[in-house]
Design a protein around this ligand. Structure first.
Ligand SMILES: Cc1ncc(COP(=O)(O)O)c(C=O)c1O
Length: 405
């Protein structure tokens, strides 16, 4: 049917997650009868803990399924405040927590709560694409910052670049330690430098901590734990990754009360509240000892997948790849591989890999705009939604394809 309906002008500034196009290409390839090795997926195929599932069913059966407060139920806000505080050596109370439907909504709601049109926002590129989309949509000025790579490909923040893009109009820094798509993380000294930068420039911080407890060794260094940072930082907290609860849509904003109150008011306007029985499941996830064993299993499963993938990736001579200690992504530099295979476009390289080997992955192009001099020859391989046998067979085929001239 022909339609003359056009969307409101503001939609011209709304971005998307272009990686969903990769999912579609993978599905189309599979529909033709081909095997697909899904390394493009950021979903976790391990599932929630049985006691959490039972708690949700109990909550429904007992009728705890009506509207609740826009900021969330008190037991969950207390549990999130305790959990966030315990991991960061800080004290939070329920007044510092707004429950939302996943981690993602924290991004747009935080930006709406603190950013005026024309304010500048620093955010990582590569980085989670929703930062850029929400800054543009709500009339901010997007200021992407970059990473510097050492000789081994390990990434760190590029402070010279950060200093070159900050201005008196910069209001917010978005920071994602244990980073999507690179799995890069900051050392203790880098966090100290970043804290100094935030204070010098009087910035507010959105700390996207989606992966800060998805880690295989060591510990995450938190920006919010630096002196003077708690009162200017909102944490994006999510049940998606560490509890394997992606589709449950449960998360929280944690930070200074005025911003949290603003986010709760947005909740009231948008959803009224996050689904009540899902919130009760969240209380179980955070407070029942039984959940811990499930989380250990989840991390152990991811670790085994990471090790199986790295075992193959590190032997491919045309890839430069780092073995990360957190999140569930590899972010290899594929410039040499592209050159050897005769590709100048990383998306064309990805399409050819899918057709020739069935291996499906995202590329740098799916994670925010390129910097002017950036070539973008990186790919993201996620191991959160693929089993070990598929990892071995798929990456084996990928390695063989790269080796063939
Ligand atoms: C960096 C980052 N932040 C936030 C999210 C949002 O996750 P969710 O809305 O499932 O909590 C994701 C999901 O992939 C992510 O990678």
């Amino acid at each position: 049917m022909h339609s003359t309906i056009s969307l409101a002008d503001r939609f011209k500034n709304l971005g998307t997650e272009t990686v969903f196009a990769v999912s579609q290409a993978a599905a189309d390839h599979a529909a033709k009868g081909h095997t697909v090795y899904p390394f493009h997926i950021g979903d976790v195929n391990i599932g929630a803990a049985p006691n959490v599932i039972a708690a949700q069913q109990r909550a429904i059966a007992e009728g705890r399924a009506g509207y609740v407060a826009p900021q969330g139920i008190l037991p969950l806000r207390i549990a999130v405040a305790d959990d966030v505080g315990a991991h960061r050596g800080l004290r939070y109370g329920p007044e510092h927590v707004a429950i939302v439907t996943g981690g993602k909504p924290v991004i747009g709601k935080f930006i709406q709560a603190v950013m005026n049109p024309g304010d500048e926002v620093l955010y990582p590129a590569p980085g989670f694409p929703i930062y850029e989309s929400m800054i543009d949509y709500f009339g901010g000025v997007a200021r992407p910052y970059r990473f510097a790579a050492d000789a081994h490909g390990s990434l760190s923040l590029d402070f010279d670049h950060l200093r070159s893009i900050v201005t008196p109009k910069t209001r917010v820094l978005i920071f994602n330690n244990c980073h999507n798509p690179t799995a890069a993380e900051s050392s203790a000294s880098e966090i100290e430098r970043l804290a100094a930068f935030v204070l010098e420039n009087n910035l507010l911080v959105l700390s996207d901590d989606a992966y800060s407890e998805v880690r295989y060794s060591g510990r995450t260094h938190h920006l919010v734990s630096q002196p003077g940072l708690q009162e200017r930082t909102v944490i994006l907290y999510t049940f998606s990754k560490k509890f394997g609860m992606t589709g449950w849509r449960l998360g929280a904003a944690v930070g200074p009360k005025p911003i949290i109150d603003g986010i709760s008011q947005l909740n009231l306007n948008d959803e009224s509240c996050t689904t009540a029985f899902v919130q009760w499941a969240g209380v179980e996830a955070l407070t029942a000892p039984a959940t811990a064993a499930h989380c250990d299993m989840l991390i152990q499963t991811l670790r085994e997948r990471r090790d199986a993938a790295y075992e193959i990736l590190r032997t491919i001579p045309t890839l430069r790849v780092v073995n990360p200690e957190c999140a569930f992504y590899f972010y290899p530099d594929v410039s040499a591989a592209m050159q050897a295979k005769g590709f100048t476009s990383v998306n064309a390289f990805a399409n050819a890999a899918l057709i020739q080997t069935g291996v499906s992955f995202a590329t740098r192009m799916h994670f925010n705009r390129l910097h002017p001099d950036e070539t973008g020859s990186f790919i993201r391989l996620s191991y959160s939604g693929i089993g070990i046998d598929q990892i071995r067979t798929g990456l084996g085929a990928f390695a063989a394809w790269l080796a063939a001239t």
